[in-house]
Write a protein that binds this ligand. Sequence first.
Ligand SMILES: C[S@@+](CC[C@H](N)C(=O)[O-])C[C@H]1O[C@@H](n2cnc3c(N)ncnc32)[C@H](O)[C@@H]1O
Length: 284
Amino acid sequence: MTDQRDSAPRAPEGVDTEKPSAARIYDWYLGGTQNWAVDREFGRRMEQQWPLVRPGSKQNREFMNRAVRAALRAGVRQFIDLGSGVPTAGNVHEVVEAELPEDHDAKVVYVDYEPVAVAHATLILEEGMATDWAGIVQADMRDAKSVLRAPETRRLIDFSQPVCLIMAAVLHFVGPDDDPEGLLAAYRDALAPGSWLAISQMSEGDGAGEMLEGLRWFVEQYRKTSNPVWLRDRDEIEPLFGDWPLLEPGIVHLPDWRPDRKINALEAEARPFAWCAVGVKPGA
Ligand SMILES: C[S@@+](CC[C@H](N)C(=O)[O-])C[C@H]1O[C@@H](n2cnc3c(N)ncnc32)[C@H](O)[C@@H]1O
């Protein structure tokens, strides 16, 4: 992946460019442009110690895109993307536009607590003339009520119909004190039968050796920031789906969920360090 310029984009109101932010660092990992020197410096330090962070981020994004396409092909038309971030490409509404005819009836709600993510999403939705059917809510996803009851959520989402709820690379910012199982239950309960839940989560997985050591160092660094990271293993992810059956192939590493391309050697090294799965609410 090529590096970005060292000039900063214009900072939207409320954006603190003195402290690194998880959303902007992740944008840098993906090769985006919504990041500042402080984010890039943090990102570069992470990459030096754990060179798998960029291929891992890309695999995460690709999993999310494949899950959205699968939901669309199954007839789901509503999406809530928790911790949507600022990625410059591969956003849910872009996948929708690529998959469906122009007069589609899909709806998309992005949710992030980071002001730059909100500013960026607002801009790309306005530029793409998508604000009628897609919007962003600035909220902490650990407060399910504030997400589900936000005016923008209520404007766009019909909770009597299935929703695809996406939690891609966001649950590692939800720690044990945040009651992850209770939180997931609150979201699952609010959704209609036939709804989808797509989760990806960083993990020590079945990683080993230097790369596992690097990941542990990476997690330690994030623990010192305002966005501490928590890893979860496979057996901690399954309960997050409650009684929702998992779609094939179940809980797998990111590139193994319904793959549509071959991965390279570096991507293969990143494979062990995250899990993903998609479940569907029974009773439809
Ligand atoms: C690693 S990025 C993932 C972006 C996107 N979901 C993806 O998978 O490509 C994590 C995002 O989650 C956001 N985030 C972290 N904790 C959050 C919270 N409690 N509420 C809302 N957003 C959160 C961060 O601001 C960041 O934009």
